[in-house]
Design a protein around this ligand. Structure first.
Ligand code: ASP
Length: 301
């Protein structure tokens, strides 16, 4: 059984942006599926699909990311192999075009899990990834948003509570031919965030988690709340005791996000057999999935 699921954020996605979100997650699904069906690894499928979404300016990851309160773009990403339990992550890194690939490099070539800021840039350079220009990541839509937000609070809990705050983080989970579950997440964080603020996305067990014996998860939404309930690990732990029921576990996770931390967001989940599930408590969530048993796949916003 092969299985692949991607997301492109959970929030009140406006009608005018629906088509771009749908097209983005559909293309990312096709890219990941091509890797898996060609015999490639789950890690490769997750990295390639997320690279595509980072390059697509529709989403808050890589190019198109939100801008922090100083007018800079700081990126977070993580990736995990659920069989080897190796993982890699970057936090608050600047001028890196594809942070998911840097996270993978840290997973593959470093003894560490999470490297932040200038250290991550240094590790990238030492391993052949050069910094890009700020203009390669910044798009007019986000410059405009940043200008409008100046003088306002850095993060509005109230907006997150309503699911109104833009939340276009991207993520993917794969089950490959060797039974490996891999998961990854990439984001520019939240609009006008405090410099150095790090969300759930690069934190293993919060935004991303994979255990090939149980399942894998990628999250999106209000990072501070997701961290408080260690959402991705909570969902995997739930699948360990509920017979691998991905639907029930994803609903359980979102319920816990709301009741314990008053949070809003969405999750994509695969159980160890590759059964996909999605849950969110925002008005909309962009997602797409396909398994060997569902060759047509599903794209929904
Ligand atoms: N979870 C991300 C963060 O808080 C934001 C998002 O999902 O859009 O950094």
């Amino acid at each position: 059984m092969l299985s692949f699921i991607v997301h492109g954020g959970a929030w009140d996605i406006p009608d005018a942006m629906l088509e771009d979100h749908r097209a983005g997650v559909a293309r990312a699904l096709a890219i990941g599926w091509e890797v898996l069906s060609g015999g490639g690894s789950g890690v490769e499928a997750v990295e390639k699909a997320i690279r595509y979404l980072e390059d697509d300016p529709t989403f808050d990851a890589g190019r198109g990311s939100f801008v922090n309160s100083l007018g800079e773009i700081e990126l977070d990403a993580s990736i995990m192999n659920g069989t080897s339990f190796r993982c890699g992550a970057v936090a608050a890194v600047q001028n890196i075009r594809n942070p998911i690939s840097l996270a993978r490099l840290i997973m593959d070539k470093s003894e560490h899990v999470l490297i932040a800021g200038m250290g991550a840039v240094r590790f990238a350079r030492e391993n052949g990834i050069q910094q890009c220009k700020s203009d390669d990541l910044l798009v007019g839509r986000e410059l405009q948003r940043w200008k409008e937000l100046q003088g306002k609070t850095t993060f509005s809990t109230k907006d997150a509570f309503k699911g109104k705050l833009p939340s276009d983080t991207v993520g993917a989970v794969a089950l490959d031919k060797d039974g490996v579950i891999a998961a990854g997440t990439s984001t520019g964080g939240t609009p006008n965030k405090y410099p150095g603020r790090v969300g759930d996305s690069p934190m293993i067990g919060c935004g991303t988690y994979a255990d090939s014996a149980i399942g894998g998860v990628s999250c999106t939404g209000w990072g501070e709340a997701i961290i408080k309930v260690a959402l991705s690990k909570t969902i995997v732990d739930r699948m360990e005791v509920n017979g691998g029921d991905a639907d029930e576990a994803s609903r359980f996770g979102i319920d816990r996000l709301k009741t314990k931390a008053d949070g809003f967001g969405g999750v994509i989940v695969l159980n160890h057999e590759g059964r996909p599930a999605v849950a969110f408590n925002t008005p909309r969530m962009a997602r797409a999935y396909r398994t060997s048993e569902m060759p047509d796949g599903t794209v929904e916003v």
